[in-house]
Design a protein around this ligand. Structure first.
Ligand SMILES: Nc1nc2c(c(=O)[nH]1)N[C@H]1C(S)=C(S)[C@@H](COP(=O)(O)OP(=O)(O)OC[C@H]3O[C@@H](n4cnc5c(=O)[nH]c(N)nc54)[C@H](O)[C@@H]3O)O[C@H]1N2
Ligand SMILES: Nc1nc2c(c(=O)[nH]1)N[C@H]1C(S)=C(S)[C@@H](COP(=O)(O)OP(=O)(O)OC[C@H]3O[C@@H](n4cnc5c(=O)[nH]c(N)nc54)[C@H](O)[C@@H]3O)O[C@H]1N2
Ligand code: SF4
Ligand SMILES: [Mo]
Length: 727
């Protein structure tokens, strides 16, 4: 790695010379030239700054990262990276990165601990808890990344632990269940080939997925009509044909009214509805009161705009999309988010756009190989009850398998859960109600956090186990579908910087041996990766040179059999009915209601293009953008601000039921008058993020109390009313 032989000799000669004539004679210019001339090599990797995992090349010079560029043969990056990828280099060179395992004693004192001792102690405590309390009281939570799933889930299965959770209940659980219940899963949007696209709270300009952003650009440069419905004129609305401001939490009413327009116009796709759906008549019969005028009252979207969007979509169908979105409007935000997601699916069904060009597509992934189970036995799936109640009868039967970390926090406080493993995830900061999450996770008998920085969750852990950064480690091969599928892997780009860091797979393997389940981990990562590649005409050695490669996959057939119980699109869900939820989605107001008193607003938040959640606030390059553009401010509508006697930049006090803090305001025409907005990227509470604390900031989660949505149990992150007053 690093220097070529020629360069090495040159440097070696130079060093000898320098030593010969003493340090005062050190020829800095010659040294600098050698450094500058030394070769830059490209090593394939995957960006680690968000879950999109774009294929990247890490350019390495003298064993240090020189720069990063997008991998061309990767479905996500398609040759490009977003700004955060460059900021990710700061993670690698952060001087305060975790460099060795630490143990936090019950009195809060922190001390470094050796690996053997840490793993012995963890294994001993975990064994005790499993024996005395049972696997129902143990969990694993992560922001699911391939290696974390591969090793983490296998380890949990080996211990018969069923509570494996992700961050989804603070992201997209409602959308997942809503689309799952109606069409069997969440499809991709073929934006690049679409003629009419409505994005309801989906903001590609900031909530970036590189490949899709490219498709959006293609669409807006072509003849696609793009409409953005958002209480805020977000970064995508700026390039869209139309921004439709909406009162937050009311999208469901607008969508139901759009469905009614299309059905009343008789402009829906009869063939699809008749042959590929169930429950259409019940749905159509339920729409009587949902007129555009009714929706206008609730949403502030003019009835004519509702008709215009509905007719624009129907005219363009099937090359028309109401975007399945991600988090913004109905991922996990409101009491009505699951129903909104179902209604958005209904609207798409009326357009008959499933697996149609320019519509919604269920892509197939490449058929990869796997470890031979005779040689490398896999543990059987756990048969224990989940600790968070997700999918459990009489608890949260309709919650998804991603689980409910905020509910778990409650149960930990009640003594019902004792031990947890958290990797690449910061639930304490990223779920609403800091005190609730901190008290919950902090009350565990054993909390082991796998991290690279000392996040808020790591602050309340018993053991924090440091991984080498993404640039210093190799990982399990990933595969994804698309118009072309692809395989991709992270290879080690630079030598390990700190000898006392260990990668997740290494740690799990060692813990497994100590827990007596080592038999499930008797393979190397190379063996696992070679098995994955087996069906493809490429060796692991060759693949490690390429890093990413496109593969042909069968293309989706129009109107396929869907992954619902009936195999058809379900307007009417017997599954929902069985569990006491409405079989057909209809209007449901947000939990806070829609009445606002003086100086009261709904607080919403969202992404910024140059941060990932709150995990990048400590990176100097990215925080500099925040400082330069002064974005850590609360957006408030200009007319409202004037009435309240507030001017741009004024300091205000923001108060909810559970929290109060001050911040400066951004006065703008670009926001609905009953809404205030704060970017979600700040407000870190861990004092270890020294860069993050260079600015004053808020975190919207602080204002939102612990609450649980009634159908799928998500965290309802926008169900909060705040008052704003001048200080
Ligand atoms: N730069 C960046 N990109 C990311 C991420 C990141 O952290 N940073 N994270 C990735 C992840 S995990 C996700 S989930 C996606 C999220 O991607 P998005 O869901 O697109 O992003 P958000 O910013 O959460 O929300 C989008 C918009 O929803 C609006 N909104 C809020 N409430 C409502 C409402 O009631 N109705 C309507 N119509 N709109 C509403 C907000 O104003 C915001 O502009 O982004 C991904 N990409
Ligand atoms: N305030 C606020 N809250 C939010 C959001 C927001 O934008 N703002 N977004 C919501 C959404 S859409 C989502 S998806 C969730 C996301 O919530 P999380 O899943 O918690 O995601 P991240 O904030 O990306 O945090 C990931 C953690 O992984 C750590 N990490 C980074 N690299 C590595 C590594 O190589 N190894 C290990 N072991 N750890 C690593 C980071 O230091 C960080 O603490 O948060 C939700 N909550
Ligand atoms: S979208 Fe940006 S941050 Fe996310 S993986 Fe791709 S380049 Fe990295
Ligand atoms: Mo997310």
């Amino acid at each position: 790695m690093g220097l070529t032989r020629r360069k090495f000799l040159k440097t070696a000669g130079l060093t000898a010379g320098a030593v010969g004539i003493g340090l005062s004679g050190f020829d800095f210019k010659a040294w600098a030239e050698v450094q500058e001339d030394s070769e830059v090599v490209k090593r394939p990797s995957l960006c680690n700054v968000c879950a999109s995992h774009c294929g990247m090349w890490i350019h390495v010079k003298n064993d240090r990262i020189w720069k990063v560029t997008g991998h061309e043969e990767n479905g996500r990056s398609q040759g490009r990276l977003c700004p955060r990828a460059h900021g990710g280099i700061d993670w690698v060179y952060d001087p305060y990165r975790l460099k060795q395992p630490i143990k936090i004693e019950d009195d809060g004192s922190v001390r470094p601990i050796g690996w053997n001792q840490a793993l012995d102690e963890i294994a001993e405590r975990l064994t005790e808890i499993l024996e005395e309390e049972g696997p129902e009281k143990v969990f694993y939570a992560h922001n699911p990344r391939r290696t974390g799933v591969f090793y983490g889930n296998r380890f949990m299965h080996a211990l018969n632990v069923s509570t494996i959770m992700t961050h989804n209940a603070a992201c997209n659980t409602a959308r997942g269940r809503g689309f799952g219940a109606t069409m069997g899963g969440v499809p991709s949007a073929d934006i690049g080939n679409s003629k009419y696209v409505v994005m309801i709270g989906r903001n590609y300009g900031a909530g970036i997925r590189t490949s899709q952003l490219k498709a959006v650009n293609k669409a807006v440069k072509g003849d696609t009509t793009l409409v953005c419905v958002d209480p805020r004129q977000n970064e995508t609305s700026i390039i869209a044909d139309k921004w439709v401001p909406i009162k937050p939490g009311t999208d469901l009413a607008m969508v139901l009214a759009m469905c009614k327009v299309i059905i009343d116009d008789d402009s829906y796709n009869h063939e699809f509805i008749e042959e590929h759906t169930i429950g259409f008549d019940q749905f159509a019969d339920s729409l009587d009161e949902y007129t555009p005028e009714w929706a206008e009252e609730l949403t502030d979207v003019p009835a004519d705009t509702i008709r215009e969007m509905a007719r624009g979509l129907a005219d363009a169908a099937p090359a028309a999309i109401v975007h399945p979105t991600w988090k913004g409007a109905f991922g996990c935000n409101y009491e009505n988010s699951t129903e909104t997601a179902r209604a958005v699916a209904y609207l798409n069904a009326l357009l008959g756009n499933i697996n149609q060009d320019g519509g919604l597509k269920f892509y197939n992934g490449p058929s990869t190989g796997s470890l031979d189970p005779d040689r490398y036995p896999a543990p059987s799936a756990p048969d224990t009850k989940r600790a968070d109640g997700a999918g459990v009868e009489d608890e949260y039967p309709l919650a998804t398998g991603h689980g409910l970390p905020h509910v778990l926090a409650e149960r930990i406080k009640e003594g019902r859960v004792k031990a947890g493993f958290v990797r690449h995830h910061n639930p304490v900061r990223n779920f609403p109600d800091y005190d609730h999450m901190e008290e919950g996770f902090g009350a565990l008998d054993l909390l082991v956090v796998f991290e690279t920085q000392r996040s808020e969750t790591a602050m309340v852990a018993d053991y924090v186990l440091p991984e080498p950064s993404f640039a210093e480690r190799e990982e399990i091969i990933e595969s994804r579908g698309g118009s072309r599928g692809y395989l991709a892997m992270r290879t080690q780009a630079i030598p390990k910087m700190y000898s006392k860091t260990r990668s997740f797979d290494e740690i799990i393997r060692e813990l497994a041996v100590r827990m007596g389940v080592g038999e499930y981990f008797k393979f190397t990562m190379d063996e696992a990766n070679a098995a994955i590649l087996e069906p493809f005409d490429i060796s692991l050695i060759e693949f490690k040179e390429k890093g990413s490669m496109m593969v042909d996959v069968p293309q989706p057939e129009p109107w396929p059999e869907l992954g619902t119980p009936s195999g058809k699109f379900e307007f009417y869900s017997e599954t929902f009915e069985k569990h006491g939820a409405p079989p057909v989605a209809g209007w449901l107001p947000p939990a806070t209601g829609l009445e606002f008193g003086d100086n009261e607003f709904r607080l919403v938040h969202g992404k910024e293009a140059y941060h990932s959640h709150t995990a990048t606030a400590n990176t100097p390059q990215l925080l500099q953008i925040t400082k330069d553009y002064d974005t850590n401010r609360l957006w408030i509508n200009a007319s409202v601000a004037e009435e309240m006697g507030l001017a741009d930049g004024d300091e205000v006090k923001v108060t909810s039921d559970i929290f109060s803090d001050t911040t400066r305001i951004k006065v703008t025409e670009r926001i609905h008058p009953e809404t205030v907005y704060y970017p979600g990227s700040y407000g870190n509470r861990t004092f270890h993020y020294r860069v993050a604390h260079e600015i004053d900031s808020l975190n919207p989660n602080d204002f939102v109390k612990y609450q649980v949505e009634s159908i799928v149990g998500h965290a309802m992150v926008n169900e909060v009313i705040v008052t704003v007053e001048k200080v």
